[in-house]
Write a protein that binds this ligand. Structure first.
Ligand code: NDP
Length: 245
């Protein structure tokens, strides 16, 4: 499907794996120039660069911890100097851990909230002066922000706050012609799902009306839609992409 994004410049956080990687590649296939980041050194980075080179896509992949304001500023500056104004910001980088509250210490609370929520505050704030006219932002949140989940209060709280951040900023950004939306992702087959047993998976399949776990590419398609002119009157929304869960 052609989302008419050719020639645009996107910054996407956390493009080395999972949903971020699928979205970087989907954007590149649409003719979008992508700046993306990762936080660890791994083979995933080289393999993403190879795939982007294979598509003939101009791109920048840099190391940047979204929780660190100075690193985010450097990433945005690099992206702007290389590719010019930013048409799309996709806030995808995120981390999860599974701990009941009595084992959830302040360091782990901060690690998750700083990455999942404060990271978005940094990227949006630093990218704002670099936005092209008609730019948009897509924030990746989670279905569990609507339903709750045991042993993940830090994760659920950070993802619910992303919905609030999106609604709040749509009021500020609308008059500037910038749209901001979120995607509440259901269960998607990525490293975040890695530790789930076969029994756990079978339970999920029963819970999900469409009867299966989603693919990263299915979130990527929703990002393309929200970034495109087809979503020109959508802002402040959270789109559920979760198989109906
Ligand atoms: P993965 O664990 O597969 O990938 C996470 C990505 O984020 C990696 O590229 C990772 O980089 C990057 N990242 C992590 N921390 C940082 C940081 N501090 N700074 C910059 N980049 C960072 O996750 P998913 O693809 O599964 O998830 C992507 C998003 O979707 C997350 O926000 C997640 O919460 C959300 N989500 C996922 C669901 C799922 O079922 N998978 C369900 C609902 C929401 P590196 O490779 O360097 O570690």
């Amino acid at each position: 499907m052609d989302f008419e994004l050719k020639g645009k410049h996107a910054i996407l956080t956390g493009g080395s794996r999972g949903i971020g990687r699928a979205t970087v590649l989907a954007l590149a296939r649409q003719g979008v120039t992508v700046t993306t980041c990762h936080v660890r050194d791994s083979d995933d980075v080289g393999s993403l660069a190879d795939d982007l080179a294979g598509l003939g896509a101009d791109h920048l992949i840099a190391r940047c911890d979204v929780a660190d304001e100075a690193q985010v500023e450097r990433l945005v500056d690099q992206a702007y100097e290389r590719f010019g104004p930013v048409d799309l910001l996709v806030n995808n980088a995120g981390v999860i851990s599974h701990l009941p509250l009595d084992h959830l210490g302040p360091d782990e609370w901060r690690r998750v909230v700083d990455t999942n929520l404060t990271g978005m505050y940094h990227t949006i704030r630093k990218a704002l002066p670099r936005f092209a006219p008609g730019a948009s932002v897509v924030n990746i949140t989670s279905a569990v922000a609507r339903h709750g989940m045991p042993a993940a209060a830090h994760y659920v709280a950070s993802k619910a706050a992303v919905m609030g951040l999106t609604r709040a900023l749509c009021k500020e950004f609308g008059p500037r012609g910038v749209r901001i939306n979120a995607i509440a992702s259901g269960l998607i087959e990525t490293d975040q799902m890695g530790a789930v047993s076969d029994e756990g998976r079978a339970k999920y399949h029963e819970m999900i009306p469409l009867g299966r776990i989603g693919r990263p590419e299915e979130i990527a398609q929703a990002v393309l839609f929200l970034a495109s002119g087809a979503a020109s009157y959508i802002t402040g929304a959270t789109l559920d992409v979760d198989g109906g869960i």
